[in-house]
Write a protein that binds this ligand. Structure first.
Ligand code: IPE
Ligand code: IPE
Ligand code: MG
Length: 255
């Protein structure tokens, strides 16, 4: 199988009992700093070129019919970086939302933001909320932007919410199921990623979607994010197509 644009999302593999392409692809867009360093450029240049890679990736995902793309754009731990780099990344998000929003809206993309918003600069919070509001009724691809996001932080906030419901007498602890927890997370309503791609050769999750990737297929690419292009994306999709997802059970492939 090859991952060509012709092979659309509704192609279904009856043997594997699932769509051929992943419905949801997550990206840990890593390696901007190393890309810049290798060229003797400031790290910020790496982030700037990383934005180009993001635009390419979104266009390609739309073209081949991926339903959900989640991008890790700023982690709850990235505040540990020098203030100047943090400020640059905040500015880059602002520019992305201002300059690209109309194109994303025209492409019928729905934007959803996950992560802690309470301690964000109000100007950024408003931009994120406006992007969600403008694209709320769009019916094309959903772009999930993980900003000021950390999976442990997300889980702590979800546990607090559920604990509040228990304390208020609205929720019986024995009624808490996996679905209850899933529904209390920022990603409520979004299916789990089928495929998670991390660039730059690092083989770790760095606190990204820990609950949601329980059964995701992982693809680690050595390519630095600013160099990531359509061919690298297709390579990951091809590899995914060859994987046998068993969820702890057995499939026709192994029987
Ligand atoms: C990913 O690139 C972008 C963000 C984390 C915001 P990095 O900035 O982590 O680049 P490296 O890992 O230092 O090369
Ligand atoms: C993960 O990359 C966060 C984003 C891509 C936004 P990092 O570069 O922050 O992760 P570590 O520090 O290498 O684990
Ligand atoms: Mg990094």
């Amino acid at each position: 199988m090859t991952a060509s644009p012709e092979r659309l999302q509704d192609a279904f593999d009856p043997e594997l009992d699932r769509p051929v392409l992943p419905r949801h692809v997550g990206f840990i867009m890593d390696g901007n700093g190393r890309w810049a360093k290798a060229r003797g450029l400031p790290r910020t240049e790496g982030h700037r070129h990383g934005l180009e890679a993001l635009r390419r990736t979104i266009r390609h995902a739309v073209k081949i019919g991926i339903e959900y793309v989640t991008i890790f754009s700023f982690s709850s731990e990235n505040w540990r970086r020098p203030e100047s780099e943090v400020n640059f990344l905040m500015g880059l998000l602002r520019r992305f939302l201002r300059r690209d929003l109309s194109e994303l809206h025209e492409a019928n993309i729905k934007i959803k933001v996950v992560g802690e918003r309470a301690d964000l600069d109000p100007a950024i919070r408003v931009l994120l909320e406006d992007a969600e509001a403008l694209t709320r009724l769009n019916t094309g691809m959903t772009l999930v932007v993980a900003f000021n996001y950390g999976a442990r932080d997300e889980m702590v906030r979800a546990i607090r919410r559920l604990a509040d419901d228990v304390a208020a007498g609205h929720l019986d602890p024995s009624a808490i199921t996996e679905q209850t927890v899933t529904g209390a997370l920022d990603t409520d309503g979004i299916p789990d990623p089928d495929l998670l791609i991390r660039t730059s050769g690092e083989m770790r999750l760095s606190n990204f979607l820990l609950w949601q990737v329980a059964y995701s297929e992982l693809h680690f690419s050595p390519v630095l994010w600013p160099d990531f292009d359509e061919n690298h994306f297709d390579e990951a999709l091809d590899e995914y197509c060859g994987r046998d997802r068993r969820y702890g059970g057995l499939t026709a492939k192994v029987l």
